[in-house]
Design a protein around this ligand. Structure first.
Ligand SMILES: [Zn+2]
Length: 419
């Protein structure tokens, strides 16, 4: 993150007599690295966020506590214009205990957790299990009139909305999804992207439980009993993007945004998705400020909420700041876990390779970066800026164990590699 801030925004090269003369680029680079090497607060901050604030589901009180805590951090580090920018979601959702078991043909425990914004069951609910084999909408016709009261195995992929709609209209008891992860990991995502109340219960089973059900179905009828206790809030909830600035000395109205999402799913504590990303942002802010480097343009640090439900915080940000978009030189987002940054994806912008080379050049050796690639990164907040014609990028990272920690109960502080 630091790499970009310095080179991209341009370090002030003011003559010695200028009132805000800062160090030149090389001296600035050295000072920033020294600050990070000697005084990093990243791991201490991340441990506090994960262990003392915990998971930060959008709409939860914990997320708002995290937002306030990050505001305090930016203020404590001496950043300027530190604010919480509020926006609203239609309703919050709170996970309750989920339990399940096979009751026939054999007694076996099932491991499951609800998908986000899905309702609970009305107490322990028994039903038979049906494996749904549907590749296209017309395939659903074969199940008409046959799924009432049943729990439906829907595989591991995305569930098309029309399939959910069909199952709820037909009176299915609920949807089972395969977490498709190893060793008891449970995948977590939402049943929708708009915070609406999903119409039927929907749960992720461990792959072990899911495959057990599939094998038992090969022997004949299977009956399960499922009990899920979720609840919905009954009104709009305000959530916040945390914003802070290091104001540019020559072109303060031109802005480079460095960001990541502060919200997380709620089974783990959001350590690698995306505690690591926002800590890179906060540490960049701290180190840049403490180094005394004076950027020519403003560097704005933004921690977006609502990313996990559909990039809503960054979309709200772009909407609220529509008139400033022409002045935003670039956006860089960090959101792929604890693996080292290997480079920045140019998002298909071949025309930007030279300027990006200048951005990463001073740090190439130190960070052992790969060649620049045109890679288009997906699934995180930089995407929200592209329709506004702002050059926006996400850092490319070594995968580390992201496939295991991402959206699972295993996304905890102990998985983070300090280096
Ligand atoms: Zn993320």
């Amino acid at each position: 993150m630091l790499v970009v801030c310095l080179a991209w925004c341009g370090v002030a090269r003011a003559p010695a007599q200028a009132p805000h003369a800062g160090p030149g680029p090389e001296e600035g680079t050295r000072r920033i690295l020294e600050e990070v090497d000697q005084h990093s607060e990243l791991m201490a901050n991340l441990e506090y966020l994960c262990d003392m604030i915990g998971p930060r589901l959008t709409g939860s009180q914990a997320l708002n506590r995290a937002s306030e805590w990050t505001r305090g951090k930016f203020q404590g580090y001496g950043l300027a214009n530190v604010t919480l920018e509020g926006w609203k979601i239609p309703r919050s959702w709170t996970r309750g205990v989920a339990s399940g078991r096979v009751v026939s043909p054999v007694e076996q425990r099932l491991r499951l957790e609800s998908a986000g914004w899905a309702p609970g069951t009305e107490g322990p609910t028994r039903g038979r299990v049906i494996l749904l084999k549907a590749e296209k909408p017309a395939d659903l016709d074969a199940y008409r009139g046959k799924v009432r009261g049943a729990w439906i195995l829907c595989g591991s992929g995305r569930i098309p909305p029309e399939r959910r709609g069909f199952l709820s209209e037909e009176g299915a008891a609920g949807i089972f999804r395969d977490s498709n992860k190893e060793h008891g990991l449970i995948n977590m995502t939402g049943a929708n992207y708009d915070y609406s109340r999903a119409r039927i219960p929907e749960a992720f089973l461990t792959s072990e439980s899911y495959r057990l059900l599939a094998r038992l179905l090969g022997r004949g009828e299977v009956e399960v009993e499922i009990d899920v206790k979720n609840s919905f809030g009954d009104c709009e909830v305000e959530v916040f993007n945390t914003v802070a600035e290091l104001v540019g000395v020559e072109m303060p109205d031109e802005v480079v945004i460095v960001g990541g999402h502060i919200d997380s799913w709620d089974l783990g504590t959001g350590a690698t998705d995306n505690g690591t990303g926002i800590m890179a942002v906060i540490e960049a802010a701290r180190a840049l400020k403490a180094s005394g480097v004076r950027p020519r343009r403003t560097i704005r640090f933004v921690l977006f909420a609502g990313e996990e439900q559909g990039l809503h915080g960054s979309k709200a940000y772009v909407e609220a700041h529509e008139s400033e978009m022409d002045k935003i030189s670039a956006v860089l987002v960090h959101d792929a876990g604890t693996g080292r940054v290997t480079n920045i994806g140019l998002q298909g912008r071949y025309d930007l390779r030279e300027i990006m080379d200048r951005v990463v050049g001073p740090f190439q050796g130190r960070l052992n970066l790969d060649e620049l690639s045109l890679r288009k990164m997906g699934g995180t907040d930089h995407l929200s800026f592209l329709p506004a014609r702002v050059p926006a990028f996400a850092v490319v990272q070594h995968p580390a164990e992201y496939g295991k920690t991402h959206h699972t109960q295993s996304d905890t502080f102990d998985k983070v590699d300090p280096a």
